[in-house]
Ligand binder design. Structure first.
Ligand code: AMP
Ligand code: ZN
Length: 492
């Protein structure tokens, strides 16, 4: 792996260049990914970003790095519309549903974990919460104030963007010029607490009705959204670390502010490589909670949705996502998912055949070349679509060997088998699924039996039993649909 390790190139959003990846500490990689704000169900767009970074994490581990993967949970401080004023997203949901804010947090954190698990994502090594790191955030505000780069106003503390920019480079990540930013914002009305409209909150004074608040040197309040990631990444990965990721829409202002905060507090640039996953679109528009243009993973797995109208296995959806480069946009449609389903089946058929391939004295194919093509694709900024194209070359070869149209030596067969398994399962994170598209094979066996019994009841015109079975299954979130061809089922 040493050789492969040195070849990895990452497209660094900070420089806009593909750079050879060199971690700050030999053999160790610090990876931080912005996590969800847990006030509603994660949608498929959110999932795409988290699946992209799961693949990045998996590949770094495959290359032999010891990776500390930190992904936070935003459970306070994220205000509506990502704005500087307004209600906390979690507090608002709690108010509307008459719940404790921490009940909202718990409910959607569990949902987030369950969904990512169904997509076969690996959990991060540390999953810190904003509310669990209030002290660290207060300390960071103090450090920035000590440098003279933040000021207090009416119990809130703001980052002084223009002062920072006398020596700093606010706009470096999103390639925005401070002059343009200033002219693009409304001017302050004199009542404003801020010195400049560009200044952003590090700490906000809490109004009496605000529920989630903590004491601080500036009075009772809560941290600004951008601060939590700076405080937690510094705590767990150090003042400077290797890779910071998130969706493209976080580049500005969230990540731009993180760079400014980290640099102001420590005098060092916090991150070496910034990576941004591109947006999943639906009907050509960004999938987003705020516009309602969303599809929930649960709705797609069960088929209970009007957008696609059919059920797809989470692993097929994952494969579909892997067929696009993480930095390209990707549009969601039934046709694209059907194509992914076919491709996935073809690939898995080949993987299944690998074990029992016949061996010969000579190889008619260049297995080393094929494997290095796969590595070259991944080393070229995690290019999974090109990797998958090479895996289809391998699938074709496997088919030919199994039909006697090509040959492999024992050692080539072993090499091929080891590499294909690593790329398909360890790196792309796929897994074999049952033909009925359901995740649990034992459930499938049981369901066959249950539906057979229900069919018998129907044949005997025992409608009470047939309906009781259907209703009980519905309680267990299993939907049965009757059609001329017989009954089918799907699980939410
Ligand atoms: P949020 O919970 O809204 O802060 O989002 C969690 C993550 O999902 C962030 O990294 C966002 O950038 C990302 N995200 C939001 N919408 C999409 C989308 N349509 N496609 C891909 N990623 C998204
Ligand atoms: Zn963040």
């Amino acid at each position: 792996m040493t050789e492969q390790k040195q070849e990895l190139k990452i497209n660094n959003s900070l420089t806009g260049e593909k750079e050879v990846f060199k971690p700050l500490n030999d053999g160790f990689v610090g990876l931080y990914v912005c996590g969800p704000t847990v006030y509603s169900h994660v949608h498929l767009g959110n999932c795409r970003t988290f699946i992209s970074f799961d693949m990045v994490y998996r590949y770094l581990v495959h290359l032999g790095y010891k990776v500390r993967y930190v992904r936070n949970i935003t459970d306070a401080g994220h205000l509506e519309n990502d704005a500087e004023e307004g209600e906390d997203k979690i507090a608002k949901k709690a108010r509307l549903e008459q719940l404790e804010p921490m009940e909202v947090v718990q409910q959607y954190t569990l949902n987030f974990h369950e969904i990512l698990d169904r997509f076969n994502n690996k959990p991060p090594n540390i999953e810190p919460t904003a509310t669990g790191h209030i002290i660290e955030q207060i300390e960071m505000v103090k450090a920035i104030m000590e440098k003279g780069l933040a000021y207090e106003s009416n119990g809130s503390v703001y980052f002084d963007v223009e002062k920072y920019n006398e020596n700093g480079d606010y706009g470096i990540l999103s390639k925005r010029k401070i002059e343009d930013l200033i002219s693009g914002t409304r001017s302050l009305d004199g009542q404003d607490e801020k010195r400049s409209p560009l200044d952003f909150a590090l700490w906000k004074n809490a109004k009496p009705e605000h529920i989630m608040k903590w004491p601080s040197p500036w009075g009772v309040g809560f941290p600004g959204w951008h601060l939590e990631c700076s405080a937690m990444s510094t705590k767990y990965l150090g003042e400077q670390f290797d890779i910071h990721g998130g969706g493209m829409d976080l580049k500005f202002p969230h990540h731009e502010c993180e760079i400014a905060q980290g640099t102001a507090a420590t005098g060092k640039k916090p991150v070496r490589y910034w990576m941004h996953a591109n947006m999943l679109t639906l009907n050509g528009k960004k999938m987003s909670k705020s516009t309602g243009n969303t599809l929930l993973p649960e709705e797609l797995f069960s088929g209970n949705n009007e957008v696609i109208g059919k059920a797809y296995h989470p692993i097929v959806v994952r494969f579909f996502m892997m067929q696009a480069h993480y930095a390209s946009t990707l549009d969601f449609s039934a046709e694209a998912l059907d194509a992914a389903q076919k491709g996935f089946t073809r690939l898995m058929d080949a993987v299944e055949k690998l074990e029992n391939l016949p061996v010969s004295d000579t190889s008619s194919a260049n297995v080393d070349g094929l494997i290095s093509n796969c590595y070259n694709a991944m080393n070229d900024d995690f290019n999974t679509p090109i990797l998958i194209a090479h895996l289809f070359d391998a699938a074709k070869l496997i088919q030919q060997v199994s039909n006697g149209k090509a040959t492999l030596t024992k050692s080539d067969k072993e090499k091929l088998s080891e590499s294909i398994n690593a790329f398909v399962f360890d790196i792309l994170g796929l897994k074999a699924i049952s033909s009925n598209n359901n995740e649990d094979e034992s459930l499938e066996t049981v369901m066959e039996l249950v539906l057979e019994m229900r069919n018998k009841a129907r044949a005997n015109k025992d409608w009470d039993t047939a309906d009781a079975i259907r209703d009980k299954l519905a309680e267990a979130k299993i939907t049965v649909k009757d059609s001329k061809e017989g009954a089918t089922w799907s699980k939410d």
